[in-house]
Design a protein around this ligand. Structure first.
Ligand SMILES: CC(C)(COP(=O)(O)OP(=O)(O)OC[C@H]1O[C@@H](n2cnc3c(N)ncnc32)[C@H](O)[C@@H]1OP(=O)(O)O)[C@@H](O)C(=O)NCCC(=O)NCCS
Length: 165
């Protein structure tokens, strides 16, 4: 059974992690733990069960303002009184573990957490900031690009809830 846990800097070897993108590696190394301590973001990791200090992949969640104007008309109207969306701020899999389904597993795990959060403190959309080349990855799972930005995508909580069942 795979399970994600909160990043624990005393336990997880953050320096070992390498997804091939320095900005993401550095976030995990220097920012993620501090930001969690300040209640700004939460970072969850998937551990390698052969060595719990090894991080297979991670994602970081927080909230973000919604730019209503960049949503399709139908959604602008429906959510005009809403201001915030859930944000998958970072998501990455270590090179040594890529292309084995862990990215998909982490994305679904992140979306389950966001649906659960939205069940208590409602927000209508999930937004993701996709780094170079990852846009297609998110589109496979029903995310749609914002009209005004290259690398920002969204999906409605109601679509996520429906597809997760
Ligand atoms: C993008 C990333 C998260 C994918 O993780 P992964 O574990 O390699 O992906 P998975 O094995 O779970 O792939 C799931 C499916 O998505 C596809 N896929 C993987 N990466 C993709 C990409 N960049 N673009 C399009 N499709 C992609 C896979 O082919 C697979 O499809 P299949 O089930 O038909 O075989 C990972 O490669 C990564 O961390 N890359 C570097 C950092 C990055 O770009 N992060 C995202 C931006 S924040």
């Amino acid at each position: 059974m795979m399970n994600s846990v909160l990043l624990d800097k005393a336990k997880h070897d953050r320096n070992r992690f390498n997804c091939g993108i320095d900005e993401l590696n550095n976030y995990l190394k220097v920012m993620a733990s501090q930001q969690a301590k300040k209640d700004n973001t939460r970072t969850f990791v998937l551990e390698d069960d052969r060595n719990n200090s090894h991080i297979i992949g991670f994602y970081t969640l927080t909230m973000t303002p919604i730019d209503l104007k960049a949503l399709p008309d139908r959604l602008q109207e429906k959510h005009h009184s809403s201001t915030s969306g859930g944000l998958i701020a970072r998501l990455a899999v270590d090179n040594r573990y890529q292309a084995r389904g862990f990215g998909e597993w982490l994305l679904i795990d992140a979306l389950r957490k966001l649906v659960a959060a939205s069940d208590s403190v409602a927000f209508p959309v999930v937004i993701v900031d996709a780094k170079d080349g990852a846009k297609d990855f998110y589109e496979r799972y029903g995310f749609q690009a914002f009209s005004d930005t290259e690398n920002k995508l969204f999906i409605t909580i109601s679509d996520v809830r429906e597809s997760l069942g």
